[in-house]
Design a protein around this ligand. Sequence first.
Ligand code: AHG
Ligand code: MN
Ligand code: MN
Ligand code: MN
Length: 326
Amino acid sequence: MSVLLSDYLYQQQQNYAVTPLLPEVITSISNACLHINREIRLGALDNILGSAHTGNIQGEEQKKLDVLSNRIMIDTLSSNPAIAGLASEEEDSFVTANSDGQFLVLFDPLDGSSNIDVNISIGTIFSVLAKPTGALTTESFLQCGRQQLASGYVLYGPQTILVLTLKHGIAMFTLNEQNQFQLTQKNPQIPATTAEFAINMSNQRHWQPAMQKYIAELLAGKTGNRGKDYNMRWVASMVAEVHRILMRGGIFTYPQDNRNPDKPGKLRLMYEANPMSLLIEQAQGAATDTKQNILDIQPCGLHQRVAVVLGSKEEVDYVTAMHQAN
Ligand code: AHG
Ligand code: MN
Ligand code: MN
Ligand code: MN
């Protein structure tokens, strides 16, 4: 018998001490993503491709779909009274939703913007936190990744897939013909070893010496000290890379870049690194900024960026050791 997202959320409540109303928050997120999915599927037919000719606080040019997805997330989530506040890659500061709400939702409404116009997999990434008591301020959101109550993503690829953790393993749902998320896989385990890596090689000259050395070792193949031939993949959508790693292992990194010493990496701690790291840990993988476990980083700003290395545990540990030996 098929298990839908609603059944799964009910089962989680029966089996674990799930925070009351958290399932309703997840339902609102999934409803927003269903709406985003409909827009994406229509593409040029719905005039949603191309640039919005605006910029965001990240210094990025916004695509129409970045703006539209952000609007859909904010409108849908604000209508859930359990949600107190929102933070988004596309908003300068946090958004106040409902004064009596108990939850905060942080999101990257559209991940993989450079792939929108070329019909390559993109996604939405989300993180749920409990709202601390008192007035809602930026500090309310600055909780370390371990404090997340839930996280996940929706991958808009050949199939639309929701991947979710309420911190009791991972569940993967495929959008069925009735437009419902139907459970298709539970608790994927990332193999500890791998021979597949993902990095934007075009930035090589900007990497720090430890990352230069690590990638050179992988490229040396069988005759090098790693003793095996490595394969490379780079989709340029973090959702797609993380999904591949959950399905078959691998290592993904967006390392520190010497171009801008104030920004230790490209990816955002609150909207990308934290939610993905929680999923990776729930699947026996590891996630680090090369200095510490990503989930232990105390955030200092909503839009904070971090270096990210995540995936198969032995490979992540190897990279970390190389950085520490440096
Ligand atoms: P976003 O589209 O939300 O700004 O995020 C894009 C991120 C991430 O998805 C991906 O891993 C990386 O940027 C791709 O960067 P490059 O374009 O430098 O390859
Ligand atoms: Mn962006
Ligand atoms: Mn992103
Ligand atoms: Mn984005």
